[in-house]
Design a protein around this ligand. Structure first.
Ligand SMILES: Cc1cc2nc3c(=O)[nH]c(=O)nc-3n(C[C@H](O)[C@H](O)[C@H](O)COP(=O)(O)OP(=O)(O)OC[C@H]3O[C@@H](n4cnc5c(N)ncnc54)[C@H](O)[C@@H]3O)c2cc1C
Length: 409
């Protein structure tokens, strides 16, 4: 009997999870992953650890199950989707047919509006990025950055969100003086409150990372090679390494050209179905209930639901309880939920220990945990995650969720 052919565009974290879950539920499934990177799927969230040398590149692989029904085609870009004919066009001009299509195209790094990011000697603006200017999204980006670090003397990271902080931490661990330029008033403002941002700022200073909040990088100095970054206030930071960490945007060009409903991301319903028949989407490229995420947790939850749905189970995706977490380094952070609940709408417990560089906050509504921050001491993160994700009543004395001794793990 011919099995239904499932094609997945993108061989990243969502695709890997989907394939493993689908095979676990339906061992007869036939899945082909088309990925434009030269690698089989890998855990992108561990790239900073590859940069610091904590992991080898091959240790972060997310191999697809060894199974006759699973094919992973790497280095293959899908250039067009014909949703009526149920075919994909590939960059080499060949075609592949599908019965069911899963778009898992991830996201692209946002290139900030900074003058002279590109080489200016031959091509003017818009050519190659200047030598020394790096994005940080793929294993290739990571390898290029690792190659550049030994010859570099100073680094500037543009963007102080989770990605920028992760990159800065890794570069500092490699012995480089690092400066972060961040537009918002404090670091990781999408995930932390102001005090948490300040605690992180102090902790990074201890690693030799300087932070310039409420500042914007205006231009990159140098002709073909980065020599520094000029800020909007006119201040110049010398740097021969510039890392762009200004967020990501869902990669939706292919879906849009195929006529799928796309807003910021590819619009999906609770079964992860797009507007086209037999076409689904999961991961960073999606928009569900008006939300795009750009984090691994929601990508995996969507992959799980779609695998269940396509195996005939009654499964629905109702959104994700998002956790931002930066672990395994000298400054660890976890944050989730309503960290800035308005006074009077929730109870707030804070523990700040500037000497030891930790800051902890719980936001409670009644007996439920609705938000939290841990900076510098993640000893109780397991208990917090448990209480938040399961929406279970917190202990009589919620301080136990913040203090190490006797804390349930
Ligand atoms: C440095 C870094 C650190 C991160 N840290 C964290 C973290 O700590 N916690 C967290 O939750 N999240 C983190 N993230 C985000 C997390 O990696 C993403 O949310 C996750 O990878 C999303 O999975 P995805 O499969 O949707 O996209 P991806 O993993 O990006 O996979 C998409 C794949 O599709 C390929 N593709 C796109 N279009 C095509 C096409 N037309 N043809 C063929 N292939 C195509 C892409 O090249 C890519 O390989 C981090 C990301 C980065 C870059």
């Amino acid at each position: 009997m011919r099995h239904r052919q499932i094609a997945v565009v993108g061989a990243g974290m969502a695709a890997a999870r989907f394939t493993a879950q689908l095979l676990a539920r339906d061992p007869g499934a036939a899945v082909t992953l088309f990925g434009d990177e030269p690698h089989a799927p890998y855990n992108r969230a561990l790239l900073a650890d590859v940069l610091t040398g904590r992991y080898q590149a091959d240790a972060i692989g997310l191999p697809a199950p060894e199974h006759p029904g699973v094919h992973v085609r790497t280095g293959v870009e899908v250039t067009a989707v014909d949703t009526a004919a149920h075919t994909l066009e590939l960059a080499d001009g060949s075609f592949a047919a599908y019965d069911t299509l899963v778009m898992a195209t991830g996201s692209n790094p946002v290139l900030p509006p900074i003058r002279n990011l590109h080489c200016t000697s031959n091509t003017g603006e818009g050519g190659e990025l200047k030598q020394g200017v790096h994005a940080f999204r793929t294993l290739e980006d990571c390898a290029r950055l690792a190659e550049a670090v030994p010859g570099a003397t100073r680094a500037v990271v543009v963007g102080g969100g989770i990605l920028g902080v992760s990159a800065a931490r890794a570069l500092a661990a490699l012995g480089l003086p690092v400066e972060i330029v961040h537009q918002a008033p404090y670091l990781m403002e999408r995930h932390l409150d102001e005090e948490g941002g300040a605690a992180l700022h102090r902790a990074l200073a201890g690693l030799g990372v300087a932070v310039y909040p409420e500042n914007r990088a205006k231009s990159v100095g140098g002709t073909d090679r980065a020599e520094g970054v000029v800020l909007a206030n006119g201040y110049r930071l010398d740097a021969d390494l510039v890392v762009l960490a200004c967020g990501v945007r869902p990669r939706v060009g292919l879906a849009r050209a195929a006529g799928l409903d796309v807003r910021t991301g590819i619009v999906v319903d609770d079964t992860l179905a797009t507007s086209a028949p037999d076409v689904y989407a999961i991961g960073d490229c999606t928009e569900h209930a008006g939300l795009v995420h750009g984090l691994a947790g929601p990508a995996w939850e969507q992959a799980d639901v779609l695998a269940a749905h396509l195996s005939g189970a009654d499964a629905a995706y109702r959104g994700s309880r998002v956790f931002a977490r930066l672990t395994a380094g000298p400054v660890e952070i976890a944050a989730f939920g309503e960290v800035d609940a308005l006074p009077g709408t929730a109870d707030v417990i804070r523990l700040a220990d500037p000497t030891r560089g930790s800051y902890k906050k719980l936001v409670l509504r009644g007996d439920r945990l609705v938000g939290g921050i841990l900076v510098g001491d993640l000893a109780t993160v397991g208990a917090l995650t448990h209480a938040y994700e399961r929406d279970e009543p917190v202990p009589e004395d919620p301080l136990h969720l913040l203090i190490t001794q006797g804390a349930p793990q």
